[in-house]
Write a protein that binds this ligand. Sequence first.
Ligand SMILES: [Zn+2]
Length: 275
Amino acid sequence: MDEATARQHMERAIAEMWRSPNTARIGVVLARGDKVLASAHKGQDLNHHAEVIALKLAGAAGVDLRGSTAFVTLEPCANLENARIPCAQLLVDAGVTEVWIGRFDNNPRIYRRGWKLLRDHGVSLRDFPADLRAICEDGNSTFSGHFYKRIGERGTAKFDFQQNGGRYQLVLTDSPDSPAWETRWSTCGATSMYANGGRRGVVSHARYAEKFSEIDDPDALDWENHSPRIDIGEIAIFRNEYGYALCQLKSVDPPENHGGTGHTSMKFDYELRLR
Ligand SMILES: [Zn+2]
């Protein structure tokens, strides 16, 4: 399909996306050439994913989907925990031969699995252009944020640092105007991480401290390093106008359900302190 026609369908899928009533917004268009065969959005029928709704609408209209193209603002699901057939498989079964994806699922357990299932079945895959991808991201900001955020004064965070730019947000309360801290991490090996402040004065390394209670006034520490290396067991502190997020690195882990030596997730305990 040519880019100009594809773009019209992508824009239509985005318009569908915005019709979704909740924060996990998804829009789907099934098309052949410049003809729209069916379109749907998440929430249109609460029992079904948007792809299923679009496939049902096409089926009800007697449309043959073999050789058609799908435009999805979020990659189709591939691994459902219930017995239902995942959307990526349903698209394959319907004979869809090309899929354009607006964004990949931020859930580390799902990320690019839909893409892979489609690829493994010979489906031709395209990405939405960057400007449209940004809109798909916008439409789901709360949804994707869920995996990279924790609420509460203390807790444990475990996340995939290869996604979301290595950012993990710590929020004091569930109020929309709660104090919040953005922590940011990047890989440094099997037993350490870099804590990234991006500039001076944002992050500090409480060297030799083994417990949060051993840190009296965080401002007394050195805040000159942009990205100190934090070994497992060590404490990094992120500060902003609200106060301090004390983070003790607990582990650097290989991905879930995979072998290999690559480390892609990390775990840290944290404590939030207001100024
Ligand atoms: Zn699905």
